[in-house]
Design a protein around this ligand. Structure first.
Ligand code: NAX
Length: 327
Protein backbone atom coordinates (compact mmCIF):
# COMPACT_ATOMS: atom_id res chain seq x y z
CA UNK A 1 0.00 0.00 0.00
CA UNK A 2 1.10 3.59 -0.63
CA UNK A 3 2.35 5.72 2.26
CA UNK A 4 -0.20 8.38 3.26
CA UNK A 5 0.14 11.92 1.94
CA UNK A 6 -0.44 14.81 4.33
CA UNK A 7 -2.92 17.44 3.20
CA UNK A 8 -3.52 20.68 5.10
CA UNK A 9 -6.78 22.54 4.53
CA UNK A 10 -7.36 26.01 5.97
CA UNK A 11 -10.81 27.46 6.57
CA UNK A 12 -11.77 23.87 7.26
CA UNK A 13 -14.99 24.73 9.11
CA UNK A 14 -16.25 27.02 6.34
CA UNK A 15 -18.67 26.42 3.49
CA UNK A 16 -16.11 25.24 0.95
CA UNK A 17 -14.41 23.11 3.60
CA UNK A 18 -17.68 21.31 4.20
CA UNK A 19 -17.78 20.17 0.57
CA UNK A 20 -14.05 19.69 0.14
CA UNK A 21 -12.86 17.61 3.09
CA UNK A 22 -15.16 14.66 2.45
CA UNK A 23 -14.03 14.39 -1.14
CA UNK A 24 -10.34 14.54 -0.24
CA UNK A 25 -10.88 11.81 2.34
CA UNK A 26 -12.82 9.81 -0.24
CA UNK A 27 -9.86 9.74 -2.64
CA UNK A 28 -11.33 12.07 -5.26
CA UNK A 29 -8.31 14.37 -5.11
CA UNK A 30 -5.20 12.20 -4.90
CA UNK A 31 -6.52 8.89 -6.17
CA UNK A 32 -8.58 5.96 -4.98
CA UNK A 33 -5.48 4.06 -3.82
CA UNK A 34 -3.81 6.95 -2.00
CA UNK A 35 -4.27 7.18 1.79
CA UNK A 36 -4.40 10.72 3.19
CA UNK A 37 -3.88 12.45 6.51
CA UNK A 38 -5.89 15.65 6.98
CA UNK A 39 -4.36 18.54 8.96
CA UNK A 40 -7.14 21.06 9.42
CA UNK A 41 -6.62 24.71 10.28
CA UNK A 42 -9.18 27.15 11.61
CA UNK A 43 -8.83 30.46 13.43
CA UNK A 44 -8.32 30.12 17.21
CA UNK A 45 -11.82 31.53 17.86
CA UNK A 46 -13.76 29.12 20.08
CA UNK A 47 -16.79 28.95 17.80
CA UNK A 48 -14.70 28.15 14.73
CA UNK A 49 -12.77 25.43 16.58
CA UNK A 50 -15.99 23.94 17.88
CA UNK A 51 -17.52 23.95 14.40
CA UNK A 52 -14.36 22.25 13.12
CA UNK A 53 -14.69 19.53 15.76
CA UNK A 54 -18.24 18.93 14.50
CA UNK A 55 -17.07 18.57 10.91
CA UNK A 56 -14.41 16.12 12.08
CA UNK A 57 -17.05 14.08 13.89
CA UNK A 58 -18.91 13.77 10.60
CA UNK A 59 -15.75 12.82 8.73
CA UNK A 60 -15.13 10.13 11.36
CA UNK A 61 -18.66 8.90 10.81
CA UNK A 62 -18.02 8.35 7.12
CA UNK A 63 -15.42 5.69 8.04
CA UNK A 64 -13.43 6.56 4.91
CA UNK A 65 -11.07 3.66 4.17
CA UNK A 66 -8.40 6.02 2.77
CA UNK A 67 -8.35 8.37 5.77
CA UNK A 68 -5.20 7.48 7.72
CA UNK A 69 -5.39 10.31 10.26
CA UNK A 70 -6.84 13.72 11.00
CA UNK A 71 -5.85 16.57 13.32
CA UNK A 72 -7.30 20.00 14.20
CA UNK A 73 -5.10 23.11 14.47
CA UNK A 74 -5.29 26.80 15.29
CA UNK A 75 -1.69 27.57 14.30
CA UNK A 76 -0.27 27.16 10.78
CA UNK A 77 3.10 26.17 12.28
CA UNK A 78 1.60 22.89 13.47
CA UNK A 79 -1.04 22.53 10.74
CA UNK A 80 1.57 22.64 7.96
CA UNK A 81 4.10 20.29 9.55
CA UNK A 82 5.48 17.85 6.94
CA UNK A 83 2.59 18.38 4.52
CA UNK A 84 2.64 17.33 0.88
CA UNK A 85 -0.28 19.54 -0.17
CA UNK A 86 -1.78 22.76 1.18
CA UNK A 87 -5.24 23.90 0.15
CA UNK A 88 -5.57 27.44 1.48
CA UNK A 89 -9.27 28.21 1.58
CA UNK A 90 -9.62 30.38 4.69
CA UNK A 91 -9.42 34.09 4.00
CA UNK A 92 -10.78 37.32 5.30
CA UNK A 93 -14.05 38.18 3.53
CA UNK A 94 -14.90 41.76 2.67
CA UNK A 95 -16.88 43.18 5.59
CA UNK A 96 -19.27 46.15 5.59
CA UNK A 97 -17.46 49.41 4.85
CA UNK A 98 -14.22 47.61 4.06
CA UNK A 99 -12.35 48.98 1.10
CA UNK A 100 -10.44 46.92 -1.40
CA UNK A 101 -7.10 47.94 0.08
CA UNK A 102 -8.25 46.97 3.60
CA UNK A 103 -9.25 43.58 2.20
CA UNK A 104 -5.87 43.20 0.52
CA UNK A 105 -3.92 44.07 3.64
CA UNK A 106 -6.05 41.86 5.94
CA UNK A 107 -5.39 38.97 3.61
CA UNK A 108 -1.75 39.91 3.19
CA UNK A 109 -1.30 39.35 6.92
CA UNK A 110 -2.90 35.90 6.73
CA UNK A 111 -0.95 34.79 3.68
CA UNK A 112 2.44 36.15 4.80
CA UNK A 113 2.03 34.21 8.05
CA UNK A 114 0.94 31.07 6.22
CA UNK A 115 3.70 31.40 3.61
CA UNK A 116 6.28 31.69 6.39
CA UNK A 117 4.84 28.67 8.16
CA UNK A 118 4.99 26.64 4.94
CA UNK A 119 8.57 27.79 4.48
CA UNK A 120 9.44 26.69 8.01
CA UNK A 121 7.69 23.34 8.48
CA UNK A 122 6.15 21.90 5.30
CA UNK A 123 7.80 19.24 3.16
CA UNK A 124 10.27 20.87 0.73
CA UNK A 125 8.17 19.58 -2.15
CA UNK A 126 4.87 20.92 -0.80
CA UNK A 127 2.38 21.99 -3.46
CA UNK A 128 -0.01 24.79 -2.59
CA UNK A 129 -3.35 25.82 -4.03
CA UNK A 130 -4.86 29.11 -2.88
CA UNK A 131 -8.65 29.32 -3.08
CA UNK A 132 -9.31 32.16 -0.61
CA UNK A 133 -9.84 35.51 -2.31
CA UNK A 134 -8.21 37.50 -3.75
CA UNK A 135 -6.81 34.11 -4.73
CA UNK A 136 -4.08 35.11 -7.20
CA UNK A 137 -2.65 37.81 -4.99
CA UNK A 138 -2.90 35.68 -1.85
CA UNK A 139 -0.95 32.96 -3.67
CA UNK A 140 1.62 35.54 -4.76
CA UNK A 141 2.02 36.70 -1.15
CA UNK A 142 2.41 33.15 0.16
CA UNK A 143 4.99 32.42 -2.56
CA UNK A 144 7.00 35.55 -1.73
CA UNK A 145 6.86 34.67 1.98
CA UNK A 146 8.34 31.21 1.38
CA UNK A 147 11.73 31.87 -0.24
CA UNK A 148 13.10 28.39 0.54
CA UNK A 149 10.34 26.59 -1.36
CA UNK A 150 10.09 26.33 -5.16
CA UNK A 151 8.03 29.31 -6.38
CA UNK A 152 6.41 27.14 -9.04
CA UNK A 153 4.70 25.09 -6.32
CA UNK A 154 2.43 28.02 -5.40
CA UNK A 155 -0.73 28.19 -7.46
CA UNK A 156 -4.10 29.96 -7.47
CA UNK A 157 -7.48 28.56 -8.38
CA UNK A 158 -8.80 29.47 -11.83
CA UNK A 159 -10.37 26.05 -12.32
CA UNK A 160 -13.83 27.10 -11.22
CA UNK A 161 -13.78 29.74 -13.94
CA UNK A 162 -12.51 27.13 -16.40
CA UNK A 163 -15.30 24.71 -15.46
CA UNK A 164 -17.91 27.47 -15.61
CA UNK A 165 -16.75 28.34 -19.13
CA UNK A 166 -16.88 24.67 -20.16
CA UNK A 167 -20.47 24.35 -19.03
CA UNK A 168 -21.50 27.52 -20.89
CA UNK A 169 -19.88 26.21 -24.09
CA UNK A 170 -21.53 22.81 -23.70
CA UNK A 171 -24.92 24.49 -23.34
CA UNK A 172 -24.31 26.75 -26.34
CA UNK A 173 -23.14 23.97 -28.67
CA UNK A 174 -25.43 21.24 -27.33
CA UNK A 175 -22.37 19.00 -26.88
CA UNK A 176 -21.12 17.10 -23.85
CA UNK A 177 -18.94 19.03 -21.47
CA UNK A 178 -16.46 16.15 -21.38
CA UNK A 179 -15.85 16.44 -25.12
CA UNK A 180 -14.59 20.04 -25.00
CA UNK A 181 -10.82 20.37 -25.19
CA UNK A 182 -8.33 23.22 -25.27
CA UNK A 183 -10.20 25.88 -23.38
CA UNK A 184 -8.25 28.60 -21.55
CA UNK A 185 -8.99 31.17 -18.87
CA UNK A 186 -6.28 33.84 -18.78
CA UNK A 187 -5.47 36.06 -15.83
CA UNK A 188 -7.03 36.87 -12.50
CA UNK A 189 -9.78 34.99 -10.68
CA UNK A 190 -12.04 38.05 -10.83
CA UNK A 191 -14.53 39.43 -13.33
CA UNK A 192 -11.58 40.68 -15.43
CA UNK A 193 -10.54 37.11 -16.34
CA UNK A 194 -10.50 36.21 -20.04
CA UNK A 195 -12.10 32.86 -20.93
CA UNK A 196 -10.78 32.08 -24.41
CA UNK A 197 -12.29 29.39 -26.65
CA UNK A 198 -10.43 30.34 -29.83
CA UNK A 199 -8.51 27.06 -29.71
CA UNK A 200 -11.25 24.89 -28.20
CA UNK A 201 -12.24 21.71 -30.03
CA UNK A 202 -15.11 19.25 -29.81
CA UNK A 203 -14.58 15.94 -31.59
CA UNK A 204 -12.05 17.47 -33.95
CA UNK A 205 -14.22 20.49 -34.77
CA UNK A 206 -13.42 24.09 -33.84
CA UNK A 207 -15.76 25.46 -31.18
CA UNK A 208 -15.20 28.98 -32.48
CA UNK A 209 -16.41 27.94 -35.93
CA UNK A 210 -19.33 25.99 -34.48
CA UNK A 211 -20.51 29.04 -32.55
CA UNK A 212 -19.34 31.60 -35.12
CA UNK A 213 -20.75 34.57 -33.23
CA UNK A 214 -18.33 37.20 -31.90
CA UNK A 215 -21.23 39.20 -30.43
CA UNK A 216 -22.21 36.19 -28.31
CA UNK A 217 -18.60 35.85 -27.18
CA UNK A 218 -18.28 39.49 -26.14
CA UNK A 219 -21.75 40.26 -24.89
CA UNK A 220 -22.94 36.96 -23.44
CA UNK A 221 -20.18 34.42 -22.87
CA UNK A 222 -17.50 36.65 -21.30
CA UNK A 223 -19.88 38.48 -18.91
CA UNK A 224 -21.74 35.28 -17.98
CA UNK A 225 -18.55 33.49 -16.97
CA UNK A 226 -17.06 36.62 -15.40
CA UNK A 227 -20.11 37.31 -13.26
CA UNK A 228 -21.10 33.75 -12.49
CA UNK A 229 -19.97 34.04 -8.87
CA UNK A 230 -22.24 37.05 -8.35
CA UNK A 231 -25.16 35.25 -10.05
CA UNK A 232 -24.78 32.36 -7.62
CA UNK A 233 -24.69 34.65 -4.60
CA UNK A 234 -27.82 36.33 -5.91
CA UNK A 235 -29.66 33.04 -6.41
CA UNK A 236 -28.45 31.09 -3.41
CA UNK A 237 -27.85 33.84 -0.88
CA UNK A 238 -24.42 32.28 -0.34
CA UNK A 239 -21.29 32.16 -2.47
CA UNK A 240 -20.39 29.10 -4.54
CA UNK A 241 -19.10 26.37 -2.28
CA UNK A 242 -19.62 22.85 -3.67
CA UNK A 243 -18.54 23.95 -7.16
CA UNK A 244 -15.52 25.74 -5.68
CA UNK A 245 -14.58 22.62 -3.70
CA UNK A 246 -15.02 20.54 -6.87
CA UNK A 247 -12.70 22.86 -8.77
CA UNK A 248 -10.07 22.59 -6.02
CA UNK A 249 -10.31 18.80 -6.27
CA UNK A 250 -9.92 19.00 -10.07
CA UNK A 251 -6.93 21.36 -9.82
CA UNK A 252 -4.91 19.21 -7.43
CA UNK A 253 -6.07 15.94 -8.96
CA UNK A 254 -4.76 16.99 -12.35
CA UNK A 255 -1.52 18.39 -10.93
CA UNK A 256 -0.91 15.19 -8.98
CA UNK A 257 -2.21 12.56 -11.41
CA UNK A 258 -1.54 14.31 -14.74
CA UNK A 259 -3.86 15.40 -17.54
CA UNK A 260 -2.83 13.01 -20.35
CA UNK A 261 -2.17 15.95 -22.62
CA UNK A 262 -5.46 17.67 -21.84
CA UNK A 263 -5.28 21.43 -21.28
CA UNK A 264 -6.48 22.81 -17.96
CA UNK A 265 -6.23 26.29 -16.45
CA UNK A 266 -4.05 26.96 -13.41
CA UNK A 267 -3.06 30.25 -11.79
CA UNK A 268 0.73 29.99 -11.67
CA UNK A 269 3.71 32.33 -11.31
CA UNK A 270 4.50 33.49 -14.83
CA UNK A 271 7.82 32.48 -16.37
CA UNK A 272 7.45 35.32 -18.87
CA UNK A 273 5.40 33.31 -21.36
CA UNK A 274 2.94 35.30 -23.49
CA UNK A 275 4.60 38.53 -22.30
CA UNK A 276 3.12 38.18 -18.84
CA UNK A 277 5.83 39.56 -16.52
CA UNK A 278 7.74 37.00 -14.50
CA UNK A 279 6.23 36.00 -11.14
CA UNK A 280 2.77 37.48 -11.74
CA UNK A 281 0.29 34.85 -10.51
CA UNK A 282 -1.72 34.47 -13.72
CA UNK A 283 -4.15 31.98 -15.22
CA UNK A 284 -2.43 30.01 -18.04
CA UNK A 285 -3.29 26.94 -20.11
CA UNK A 286 -1.19 24.04 -18.81
CA UNK A 287 -0.79 20.31 -19.15
CA UNK A 288 0.39 18.22 -16.21
CA UNK A 289 2.65 15.18 -16.08
CA UNK A 290 4.61 13.52 -13.25
CA UNK A 291 3.48 16.12 -10.73
CA UNK A 292 4.63 19.09 -12.81
CA UNK A 293 2.63 21.54 -14.90
CA UNK A 294 3.84 22.98 -18.18
CA UNK A 295 2.46 26.06 -19.94
CA UNK A 296 1.00 25.34 -23.38
CA UNK A 297 3.26 27.35 -25.68
CA UNK A 298 3.05 28.88 -29.11
CA UNK A 299 -0.57 30.05 -29.14
CA UNK A 300 -1.36 33.05 -31.24
CA UNK A 301 -2.51 36.13 -29.35
CA UNK A 302 -4.73 38.34 -31.52
CA UNK A 303 -5.44 42.01 -30.83
CA UNK A 304 -8.70 41.40 -28.96
CA UNK A 305 -7.07 38.73 -26.79
CA UNK A 306 -4.04 40.87 -26.03
CA UNK A 307 -6.33 43.65 -24.88
CA UNK A 308 -8.24 41.29 -22.59
CA UNK A 309 -5.05 39.65 -21.31
CA UNK A 310 -3.56 43.05 -20.48
CA UNK A 311 -6.74 44.24 -18.77
CA UNK A 312 -6.70 41.35 -16.29
CA UNK A 313 -2.90 41.62 -15.99
CA UNK A 314 -3.18 45.29 -15.02
CA UNK A 315 -5.58 44.44 -12.22
CA UNK A 316 -3.17 41.81 -10.91
CA UNK A 317 -0.19 44.14 -11.14
CA UNK A 318 -2.09 46.74 -9.15
CA UNK A 319 -3.06 44.21 -6.49
CA UNK A 320 0.48 42.93 -6.24
CA UNK A 321 1.91 46.48 -6.11
CA UNK A 322 -0.61 47.24 -3.36
CA UNK A 323 0.81 44.57 -1.06
CA UNK A 324 4.51 44.93 -1.92
CA UNK A 325 5.32 47.03 1.16
CA UNK A 326 3.90 44.26 3.37
CA UNK A 327 6.19 41.54 2.01
P1 NAX B 1 -16.54 30.74 4.75
O1 NAX B 1 -16.58 32.09 5.36
O2 NAX B 1 -17.72 29.86 4.81
O3 NAX B 1 -15.31 29.94 5.38
C1 NAX B 1 -14.04 30.47 5.54
C2 NAX B 1 -13.45 29.85 6.77
O4 NAX B 1 -12.10 30.25 6.84
C3 NAX B 1 -14.13 30.30 8.08
O5 NAX B 1 -14.51 29.17 8.81
C4 NAX B 1 -13.02 31.09 8.77
O6 NAX B 1 -13.06 30.94 10.18
C5 NAX B 1 -11.77 30.47 8.18
N1 NAX B 1 -10.58 31.34 8.24
C6 NAX B 1 -10.50 32.67 8.08
N2 NAX B 1 -9.23 33.09 8.24
C7 NAX B 1 -8.50 32.00 8.48
C8 NAX B 1 -7.12 31.79 8.73
N3 NAX B 1 -6.28 32.81 8.80
N4 NAX B 1 -6.69 30.53 8.94
C9 NAX B 1 -7.56 29.50 8.91
N5 NAX B 1 -8.88 29.63 8.69
C10 NAX B 1 -9.34 30.87 8.46
O7 NAX B 1 -16.06 30.98 3.24
P2 NAX B 1 -16.12 29.98 2.00
O8 NAX B 1 -17.41 30.12 1.31
O9 NAX B 1 -15.68 28.63 2.44
O10 NAX B 1 -15.03 30.64 1.04
C11 NAX B 1 -13.66 30.67 1.39
C12 NAX B 1 -12.87 31.54 0.46
O11 NAX B 1 -12.93 31.05 -0.88
C13 NAX B 1 -13.35 32.98 0.37
O12 NAX B 1 -12.22 33.83 0.42
C14 NAX B 1 -14.01 33.05 -0.98
O13 NAX B 1 -14.02 34.36 -1.50
C15 NAX B 1 -13.12 32.14 -1.77
N6 NAX B 1 -13.65 31.62 -3.06
C16 NAX B 1 -12.77 31.45 -4.07
C17 NAX B 1 -13.12 30.93 -5.29
C18 NAX B 1 -12.13 30.72 -6.39
O14 NAX B 1 -12.54 30.32 -7.48
N7 NAX B 1 -10.82 30.98 -6.23
C19 NAX B 1 -14.53 30.57 -5.56
C20 NAX B 1 -15.34 30.35 -4.34
C21 NAX B 1 -15.05 31.27 -3.20
O15 NAX B 1 -15.78 32.45 -3.37
Amino acid sequence: AKAPLRVAVTGAAGQIGYSLLFRIANGDMLGKDQPVILQLLEIPDEKAQKALSGVMMEIDDCAFPLLAGMTAHSDPMTAFKDIDYAVLVGARPRGPGMERKDLLSANAQIFTAQGKALNAVAKRTVKTLVVGNPANTNAYIAMKSAPDLPAKNFTAMLRLDHNRALSQLAAKTGKAVADIEKLIVWGNHSPTMYPDYRFAMIGGQSVKQMINDEEWNKNTFLPTVGKRGAAIIDARGLSSAASAANAAIDHIHDWHCGTNGKWVTMGIPSDGSYDIPKDVMYGFPVTCENGEYKIVQGLEVDAFSRERMNFTLNELTEEQEGVKHLL
